[in-house]
Design a protein around this ligand. Sequence first.
Ligand SMILES: [Cu+2]
Length: 99
Amino acid sequence: MKIKLLSLMSVFLMQPLFATERSVTLDVQNMTCAACPITVKKSLANIEGVSQVTISYADKTAEVSYNDALTTPDTLTDATTNAGYPSTVQEDKSNQQAK
Ligand SMILES: [Cu+2]
């Protein structure tokens, strides 16, 4: 009985009930050539919970879809910063009512 309860609890811990798919747009600095977006994309795509990354070299932005139970915008900006491309979260008006 006890063991069953524990394993049930660990399932809940592994898969939080309120996981939501979210997307943010990051302003990315230092993208100076056509190869830079590839590095930025890799740094973001490697994060657990990130499902989609779209880089715009022209706009110097990265659009990231992620599971908010697995990662946070801070983790995303840290990852690009560690790769040499400091980024900040762009305020997205269309997402605000979902918060
Ligand atoms: Cu480059």
